[in-house]
Design a protein around this ligand. Structure first.
Ligand SMILES: [Zn+2]
Ligand SMILES: [Zn+2]
Length: 371
């Protein structure tokens, strides 16, 4: 081989090696927002294939359905195990599918905020009899604000847990929050404010999930100074319910995209839809479900909505349905959706760009990196 050919060959090897390195660096972070009918189950899969699941859907008769829906996403991501499971709080729409899921896939670490703050038969029995057996052969972690959850390729920071918030701002954050003046108190029960909230970064891409954190805690976390900074994607939004989602949090975080884990008749109320749709810098809100509480007046275009009903009505009424009072007489239960469920998938790149895809209709939108 003459010298020129040798140099050529050397260059070729160099090029192919650098493209291998590039492929490795450019694999995305994938996030599956799974339809669990107004509960929560959000699955993160890092480029290295390490997984973090936040919540396991609904309890009771829905537990098998929701565990299977989570498994469908895990299979799509080719996961052999769930490396970390955060249970944000002890409500049945967040821990309900855990025992069924654990029968189907091994879970290596169970993370929670500690004891149940809202006595109730289902959660108390689960915590006494079932949960200790699930984590007996794995790791059990009680999360504290400021903790990092070790997921290869990601920076996962606990920012709220057990009613406490981080005291110091995250790197680069900490400016005064102008929305604090709009604070209105909002509390509903004892467990939602206990939620484990996380702030997750992958290169320049930033996202956050706060479980069902209520407005009072949003204020404690975000005022007087914004300790988090901003996000590209805001996840969850407490199903789009009005006891959370204050301007204090949503507007200060300036999400480009919000993805709401609402149900057919849970969340998506007009007041929340107004807050999100007036959030500075918002490009799109995506919903995991059509919501009767939005009506056409307040909902987003259908291509941004992942799930319909088993028996679809001819049209969604324009007027939103008023939020039924708990236990009110004469209110029929929400129509069911036990058929095929669709996820919303986010694929995020290190440069901060990301693509959101609706698996029902394959509608996909790319959000470019910000300069
Ligand atoms: Zn909930
Ligand atoms: Zn809750």
């Amino acid at each position: 081989m003459n010298r020129r050919n040798f140099t050529f060959l050397f260059c070729l090897i160099g090029v192919s090696m650098s493209s291998v390195a590039q492929t490795r660096n450019t694999r995305p972070l994938n996030i599956y927002v799974i339809d669990v009918e107004g509960g929560n189950a959000t699955l993160f899969v890092s480029p290295q294939g390490e997984s973090l699941l936040i919540d396991t859907g609904n309890a009771g008769a829905a537990a098998v359905r929701d565990a299977e829906r989570i498994m469908a996403a895990a299979k799509d991501a080719k996961l052999q195990q769930i490396d970390h499971l955060i249970t944000t709080h002890w409500h049945g729409d967040h821990f309900g599918g855990m025992a069924e899921l654990a029968k189907r896939i091994s879970i290596r670490e169970f993370i929670d905020h500690g004891p149940n703050a809202q006595p109730g038969e289902a959660a108390d029995t689960f915590l006494k009899d079932v949960y200790p057996q699930l984590y007996a052969k794995s790791k059990h972690t009680v999360a504290k604000p400021g903790d990092k959850i070790a997921v290869a390729g990601l920076d996962v920071r606990v920012v709220t847990s057990a009613g406490e918030t981080i005291k110091d701002a995250l790197p680069g954050a900490g400016k005064p929050n102008p929305y604090c003046a709009l604070y209105k108190p909002g509390q509903n029960n004892a467990e939602d404010p206990q939620s484990v909230g996380t702030y997750i970064t992958f290169g320049k891409f930033r996202t956050a999930h706060f479980g069902d954190l209520t407005m009072n805690k949003e204020f404690e976390l975000m005022c007087p100074n914004n300790r988090l900074g901003t996000v590209d994607v805001l996840l969850g939004l407490h199903h789009g319910q009005s006891t959370s989602n204050s301007e204090v949090l949503v507007h200060a975080l300036r999400p480009r995209v919000a993805i709401m884990n609402n149900g057919i008749r849970k969340g998506g109320e007009p007041v929340v839809m107004k807050t999100i749709n007036t959030s500075p810098g918002l490009e799109n809100l995506w919903q995991i479900h059509f919501s009767q509480l939005s009506g056409q007046e307040y909902t987003v275009p259908g291509m941004f909505i992942a799930n319909t009903l088993d028996d679809q009505p001819a049209a969604l009424p324009i007027e939103p349905m008023p939020l039924p009072q708990p236990g009110a007489a004469g209110v029929a239960p929400p129509p069911p959706h036990n058929g095929t469920a669709y996820w919303i998938k986010i694929s995020a790149e290190q440069d901060g760009s990301f693509t959101v895809t609706n698996s029902r209709n394959a509608f996909s939108k790319k959000y470019g990196a910000e300069k």
